[in-house]
Design a protein around this ligand. Structure first.
Ligand code: F6P
Length: 341
């Protein structure tokens, strides 16, 4: 069998570990050949490939990003996109695809499966917002980066009796902010799932200032005040997602004005996606890649590899993407316990 591999959507630490594991298991145990499609779905649409074999995946386990590069191309938004994928796969002798991606990339894999293309999916996202899997790889790395940032911001905030607002990625799910907020001991954690009261936040920061204490506010890029959402611009991608960002600056400005305290905002942004994956993410990504190779070998298409408890299992791809896995209110309550002076 000849298997195509692609990575779509935002990059994520651990992608290379999946590619390596799938290629090594698929070639060594089953004798399959592999080809890499570059730039997500753009690769099979335009026939952009790169060699993928035992040697070409050497020394990539610990590398962040993706050796296959990525894009947010949506074949269902491009005239003739699906037909082009089928045509290029046939011309290259590719029998099946391993698509590594988040809700958008895997959403396309579900549709392509229905349209007769053999696909298996591997879930990835630092946001940890895919259903059917307990964790996605990349999340642990991103949370560790954000936690280290909070640790570092603490000492400087404390030295100057300041408030520092840290804006953390995660689009519509507050997982990264919740976990980094708890792990870093943030005094206030604001997530998209629960609209916040800016007056309450400012009063809380003021009380801490009066008690001689600095404050760290962890805010998710998708969090919004009860008054509404703050957006930098209205730009949207091929999957209709609005570009987020700006809430950190807004929260810092409001705190400064309302609590009359010197406040700074830090936007962690793509720092959270770059660099080497943690050991947890390398192992999870490897296990998912191994299982994806086995699924393709068995012809078990339309399935997504998932972590459930400590087991890697296969579930229908749409079970991972139909409903976004957001933070339940009771989990947010874990963080609220620590909002105190
Ligand atoms: O979905 C992953 C993610 O990193 C989100 O946390 C963030 O909102 C988005 O991607 C940023 O996308 P881009 O790479 O297009 O800036």
């Amino acid at each position: 069998m000849r298997i195509g591999v692609l990575t779509g959507g935002g990059d994520c630490p651990g992608l290379n570990a999946v590619i390596r594991a799938a290629v090594r298991k698929g070639s060594k145990e089953f004798g399959h050949e592999f080809v890499g499609f570059r730039y997500g779905w753009r690769g099979p649409i335009e026939g952009i490939t790169q060699p993928l074999d035992w040697d070409s995946v050497e020394n990539i386990l610990d590398q962040g990003g993706t050796i296959l590069h990525s894009s947010r191309t949506n074949p269902y938004k491009i005239e003739g996109g699906v037909e082009a994928i089928k045509k290029n796969m046939a011309a290259l002798g590719v029998d099946a695809l391993i698509a590594i991606g988040g809700e958008d990339t895997l959403g396309v894999a579900t549709k392509l499966t229905a349209d007769g293309v053999n696909c298996v999916g591997v879930p990835k996202t630092i946001d940890n917002d895919l259903s059917g899997t307990d964790y996605t790889f990349g999340f642990d790395t991103a949370v560790n980066i954000a936690t280290e940032a909070i640790d570092r911001l603490w000492t400087t905030a404390d030295s100057h009796d300041r408030c520092i607002v840290v804006e953390i990625m995660g689009r519509h799910a507050g997982w990264m902010t919740l976990h980094a907020g708890i792990a870093g001991g943030a005094n206030v954690t604001l997530i998209p799932e629960v609209a916040f009261d800016i007056e309450k936040v400012a009063n809380f920061v003021k009380e801490r200032k009066e008690a001689g204490k600095a404050t760290i506010v962890a805010v998710s890029e998708g969090a919004h005040a009860q008054e509404g959402m703050v957006l930098k611009d209205g730009e949207v991608d091929a999957f209709g997602h609005v570009k987020l960002g700006g809430v950190g600056d807004w929260v810092a400005k409001e705190i400064k004005e309302r609590a009359e305290i010197e406040t700074r905002a830090i936007i962690l942004g793509h720092l959270q996606r770059g660099g080497t994956p943690t050991a947890f993410d390398r192992v999870l990504a490897t296990r998912l890649g191994l299982e994806a190779a086995a699924a393709v070998n068995e012809g078990d298409f339309g399935k997504m590899m998932a972590l459930q408890g400590t087991n890697v299992v296969r579930i229908p791809i749409n079970e991972g993407t139909d409903v976004l896995k957001t933070v339940p209110v009771e989990r947010y309550a874990d963080a609220e316990v620590f909002f105190g002076v």
